[in-house]
Write a protein that binds this ligand. Structure first.
Ligand SMILES: Cc1ncc(COP(=O)(O)O)c(C=O)c1O
Length: 346
């Protein structure tokens, strides 16, 4: 709390934005001023962290994260409103998700309030890097890793929680234009009993090969199928998938192999509030042949429509749920859901 207060007071000194090309932000790293760092030992709790100048970190060559992949990440965004204040979207959901991941990966984790305060402090410290309203967002990347040295396979003796941020524009260069997904039946993202349902770092290295092969064939990304029957839709490398048919919006049920996306959960609530029937169930890949629309959801992409055979425009349902969510996240409509957290710049 104190850290946030100190930053609020110091903020008047530099209210202006940094001088970068806000009109051409993609989804790549632009280093900013500060990162947040907090450490603790195995079996202990994280105590107060600190803001440091953004830069490289030092790790033992024998650290748990480098040798055994004991690491998790999160992703959320801050938007600048027209009045200059800043909106975070459901940060406590990211805090709860990283806790579930930490439990699975045998790591200590900051409690929800501590996570959210750390996010707030990091965003305020880097407020000059939050794009002007309508130009993009500040992507916030919390990391939790086994930073202590281990040689035999075991949980690391020390852990680091770190947050860095970067201004970003669209994740897919297509923006809201439809993306092309390659359905992949041989390489799997996750298996039952594995770690598909959490954001552990190994899940992402494991899909690079399939993603590279898809990109080489001019596809935007990969749509994975279940690893047992190789028949049911799971998700894309870093977003969830929805299928629309006759005003029913369906998404694969989350049962351990699929990441429970916060955008996914929010879109289901938005869709229900707009009178759509929403189903979480097994979705056979063949249903794509009959679907009216398909779209992906995630923090980075928000909502991204997929191309279907003979139909490559943005469908009305994808457009409607996208507009509702993005307007709420950007503070353009009233947040009747109570999902946004406003940070005031004096
Ligand atoms: C594998 C995977 N699926 C789905 C998502 C979407 O989740 P969220 O909406 O919480 O960003 C992400 C991104 O976090 C992801 O990495």
């Amino acid at each position: 709390m104190e850290l946030v207060q100190k930053l609020s007071n110091a903020r008047d000194v530099q209210k202006e934005l940094v001088d970068i090309d806000w009109d051409n932000l993609g989804f790549s790293l632009t280093p900013t001023d500060y990162m947040y760092v907090m450490k603790c030992c195995r079996g202990e709790h994280f105590s107060d962290g600190e803001l440091r100048r953004f830069g490289n970190i030092e790790l033992s060559p024998s650290s748990g994260v480098l040798n055994y992949g004991q690491g998790l990440y999160e992703g959320l965004k801050a938007y600048r409103k027209k009045d200059g204040n800043i909106l975070l979207f459901r940060p406590e959901e990211n805090a709860m998700r990283i806790q579930r991941g930490a439990d699975r990966m045998c790591m200590p984790c900051p409690p929800v309030q501590q996570f959210v305060e750390a996010v707030k402090a990091t965003v305020l410290a880097n407020h000059r890097w939050i794009p002007p309203a309508g130009k993009g967002s500040l992507y916030i990347r919390p990391l939790l890793m086994g930073s202590g040295a281990v040689l035999g396979l075991a949980p690391a003796p020390e852990y680091t929680f770190l947050i860095y941020v970067s201004p970003v524009g669209n994740y897919f260069k297509e923006g809201l234009a439809p993306i092309n997904l390659l359905v992949e039946a041989e390489i799997h993202r996750a298996t039952p009993g594995g770690t598909g349902g959490i954001k552990c770092i190994g899940n992402y290295a494991a899909v690079l090969k399939a993603q590279a092969a898809a990109k080489a064939k001019d596809f935007t990304d990969v749509l994975y199928l279940d690893s047992i029957r190789k028949k049911y839709l799971e998700e894309v490398s870093s977003c969830n998938v929805f299928v629309v048919k006759d005003n029913v919006i369906s998404t694969p049920a989350v049962e351990g192999t699929i990441l429970p996306g916060i955008t996914r959960k929010s879109i289901m609530d938005v869709a229900r509030s707009q009178g759509f029937k929403v189903e979480e169930r097994l979705i056979a890949v063949d249903e794509l042949l009959e679907a009216d629309e398909v779209f992906c959801t995630g923090t980075a992409v928000v909502v991204s429509p997929g191309e279907l055979y003979g139909n490559n425009g943005v469908g009305p349902v994808s457009q409607q749920v996208y507009s509702t969510l993005i307007n709420l996240q950007m503070g353009l409509t009233e947040d009747t859901m109570g999902w946004t957290l406003e940070l005031k710049l004096k």
